[in-house]
Design a binder for this molecule. Structure first.
Ligand code: ATP
Ligand code: MG
Length: 354
């Protein structure tokens, strides 16, 4: 990799146009300090693209993404789109499917210990992102749900050995890089075939990682354990729906959903996407916490650095994480963490510290 990165920017809906610029500001500063230029490639997507292109996921945007390795995706509020788009894949799912971004990595760590219910939490949830009980991501029709009669609704869950082994390998690799512990979360006592296959595939992959300590939990028990003793867990691997729910829980235990960073990735492409949604209830007021979006962008840099081996990109990612922590430690925070800083003020304070 040369001295310049090209990164796509899809602003999204709701608080997206507030938190995405916060992230690009901080990333530009961090890369600049490490002598790397960044070219931001703005692409229409989401509600704005419905207005300009008549569709939330324009072909022109998707073709542009074909030529990029990495991009930042703001949250989208597909529930708020016109009725003609109801039942279609959400715009984020269109991208995840197109590039087979099978892994969703969601770390949780407390930035402000006094605001965290679990100050010692340091968790990485590795969520299978392509199948499971969020069946819509598998169906050509855009929906894995159907209603044979107006009073009966069905949903199809899909689990394959191949996808389960692929996500397990990702999770074990992370466990090895971290504290060497992996918890497989399933519900194999009830969903015996689907989540049972997921569990078995993870256990099989574990034979290649004898140095990683493996445990397993049912998802309901895992929710209870997280509330009581989150700090005991290191890496968690689970299917799509369980991972979505547990990561919101972990984010709040760590302080706020507004701090929940994540990336969606394969070995070829990566997309920074905060774990939270478009937060329409607070959009347009300049009070959203950009920490999750900034942290997601830092994860994206770490992914790029891992691939290229460029230490300066690693340094930029590390500097962003440190700056986020230092900013909150200095008493600057947004309303969700009890502070009074606006989205832009918080981002500025982080940029000054990278
Ligand atoms: P989705 O299905 O898209 O994930 P959701 O129903 O889970 O959406 P969110 O949009 O994540 O909902 O919002 C949940 C709550 O968290 C809302 O009250 C919202 O205001 C709050 N929230 C989410 N993100 C942030 C943020 N960055 N800063 C402050 N509050 C946030
Ligand atoms: Mg959500």
């Amino acid at each position: 990799m040369g001295d310049s990165l090209r990164i796509g920017v899809l602003h999204g809906d709701g608080i997206g146009p507030e938190i995405v610029p916060a992230a690009t500001t901080v990333v530009s500063t961090a890369l600049g300090r490490n002598e790397i230029d960044v070219e931001w490639v703005d692409l229409p997507f989401g509600a704005a693209a419905i207005e300009s292109h008549g569709t939330p996921a324009p072909d022109e945007t998707l073709r542009a993404l074909d030529g990029l390795d990495a991009w930042i995706l703001g949250p989208h509020d597909s529930a708020g789109y016109p009725a003609e788009f109801a039942g279609q894949l959400t715009p984020g799912a269109v991208i995840r499917k197109r590039y087979n971004l099978f892994a969703n990595l969601r770390p949780s760590r407390a930035l402000a210990a006094d605001r965290a219910m679990s100050p010692g939490i340091d968790l990485l949830i590795v969520r299978e992102n392509s199948e499971g009980l969020y069946a819509d991501r598998n169906m050509a029709t855009g929906s894995g749900e159907f209603m044979p009669t107006p009073d009966v609704a069905l949903a199809v869950g899909v689990v394959t050995r191949a996808a389960s082994e692929r996500i397990a390998r990702e999770a074990f690799t992370w466990a090895r890089r971290r504290r060497g512990k992996l918890t497989i979360v399933h519900k194999a006592n009830v969903l015996t075939m689907t989540t049972g296959l997921f569990r078995d595939a993870c256990l099989d992959v574990g034979r290649d990682f004898p140095d990683v300590e493996v445990s397993q939990q049912h998802v309901d028990a895992m929710a209870a354990h997280l509330v009581r003793r989150a700090a005991d867990f290191d890496v968690v691997v689970t299917e799509n729906l369980f991972g979505d729910i547990l990561s919101d829980l972990a984010a709040e235990l760590a302080g706020s959903l507004g701090t929940a960073a994540s990336i969606n990735c394969s070995s070829e492409k990566a997309m920074a996407q905060a774990a939270h949604g478009a937060a329409p209830d607070i959009a347009g007021r300049g009070i959203a916490n950009p920490t999750a979006m900034i942290g997601s962008a830092a994860m994206l840099l770490a992914w790029l650095a891992q691939r290229s081996g460029d230490e300066r990109i690693f340094a930029a990612a590390g500097a962003i994480d440190a700056a986020l922590a230092a900013t909150v430690a200095a008493g600057v925070s947004t309303a969700d963490l009890g502070g009074a800083a606006s989205t832009a003020e918080f981002a500025q304070a982080v940029a000054e510290r990278v």
